[in-house]
Design a protein around this ligand. Structure first.
Ligand code: PLP
Length: 387
């Protein structure tokens, strides 16, 4: 066995799932704000196109690792219109089996034993876990509220920076729900070019925003990013397609090469009908995303207003479908999420599942039916009235 396997932390959701199941089995109604997996269906167009494609000949064979030309061209047009970013479909875009796959494999492609990978804390656990598995050293960058949940780059010492291979950044941010300021991203890009590491920019939530004045950008909107960054994006949250496993990476061909090399030896590409059907969404289904944003906006409003009315200190996120809420004084994210589950039947994700800097927070994911959000607020009201 790879000895690094034993260093991986236990999977956060297992314990929560166990308790949740016990409660459900004992007849308690459980409201699940836990996992960030959209409950809404994907566009009908996807299903219709897929049905059609499945009946065609030659769709059953291996795909290429780079992805189908149609897929890459549609990503290229989308990035041009949406972000004003030009990416050559022939050499600067590759298809992924979701961003998770790309993140795992880019680490395999870049990290040698002992190399440092800078990971946000709190952050998507794959960044640090895959680094550990590859023998690298994940070094956390705390995301604190006083810094608008962006890492304090001046706090990273030069010895660490010299050993750094990759810095992961994720904006719009899961779990904090914020965007990054342009000047902060510019500082990260400058640091990467000074020390010779790459930035892996996880833009999986780029389309989950609520205000046209706060529309998330691409890392390639930042001067100098072309030379140092790879951007990851996905259909998962954009079109409610988490189960389909389709995403993409964009970057300079030289920077993409190690990722592609790993992929050529590990996977055999994304099912061709899924690539083709997904491609059509990027050009024809953009108002689908707008309708989805309307649903999330209204759920978040109900939750944040309901929680605020009951004394919680929460704000509407700048982007994503997550509400990042501070726990009351004297509680930790674990004790508070256990309490919410056991006393109110409400599942939230404890902040410390995302990193040690998040012990004072819990995450609400608004990927559950509207009625459940209202029911949860009722439960809070009843609890606080009788408190
Ligand atoms: N990055 C972040 C920050 C995420 O929250 C997630 C999933 O929740 C992913 C990547 C993985 O997404 P995908 O379904 O594209 O693999």
């Amino acid at each position: 066995m790879n000895k690094n396997i034993t260093k991986l932390p236990p999977y956060l959701f297992i314990e929560i799932d166990k308790k949740k199941k016990q409660l459900i089995d004992s007849g308690v109604e459980v409201i699940n704000f836990g996992v960030g997996d959209p409950d809404l269906p994907p566009p009908e167009k996807l299903l219709n196109t897929l049905k059609f494609l499945l009946m065609q000949e030659n769709c059953h064979q291996y795909a290429s690792n780079e992805g189908e030309e149609i897929f890459r061209s549609s990503v290229s047009s989308f990035y041009s219109k949406r972000f004003d970013v030009k990416a050559d479909p022939g050499s600067e875009i590759i298809n992924l089996l979701g961003t998770k796959e790309g993140i795992g494999h880019v680490i395999m492609g870049y990290v040698n034993p002992g190399d440092v990978v800078l990971v946000p804390d709190p952050g998507y656990p794959v960044y640090s876990n895959m680094t550990t598995l590859c023998g690298g050293v994940p070094v956390t960058m705390p995301l604190l509220e006083e810094n608008n949940f962006f890492p304090d780059l001046t706090a990273i010492d030069s010895k660490t920076l010299e050993k750094t291979t990759i810095m992961f950044l994720n904006y719009p941010n899961n779990p904090c729900g914020v965007l990054a300021k342009e000047e902060d991203l510019k500082a990260a890009v400058d640091l990467a070019s000074k020390y010779g590491f790459i930035i892996c920019y996880d833009n999986a939530y780029s389309e989950i925003y609520y205000d046209d004045n706060l529309r998330p950008g691409s890392i390639f909107n930042i001067k100098g990013a072309r030379e140092v960054a790879i951007e990851f994006n996905s259909f998962s949250k954009m079109f409610n397609m988490t189960g389909y496993r389709v995403g993409f990476a964009i970057g300079d061909p030289k920077l993409l090469q190690p990722l592609l090399k790993v992929k050529q030896n590990v996977d055999s590409g994304c099912f061709i009908p899924i690539q083709l059907a997904s491609a059509s969404l990027l050009s024809e289904e953009l108002d689908f995303i707008e309708k989805m944003r309307t649903v999330y906006r209204s759920r978040i409003k109900v939750l944040t207003e309901g929680l605020s009315a009951n004394g919680w200190n929460v704000s509407f996120p700048e982007a994503t479908f997550y509400v990042w809420a501070k726990v009351p004084q004297g509680e930790t994210s674990m004790s508070w999420s256990n309490f919410l589950l056991e006393k109110l039947g409400i599942v939230v994700t404890p902040g410390e599942g995302f990193g040690q800097s998040a012990k004072d927070y819990v995450r609400f994911s608004l990927t559950l039916p509207d009625e459940d959000v209202k029911k949860a607020i009722k439960k809070f009201e009843e609890y606080y009235t009788n408190f």
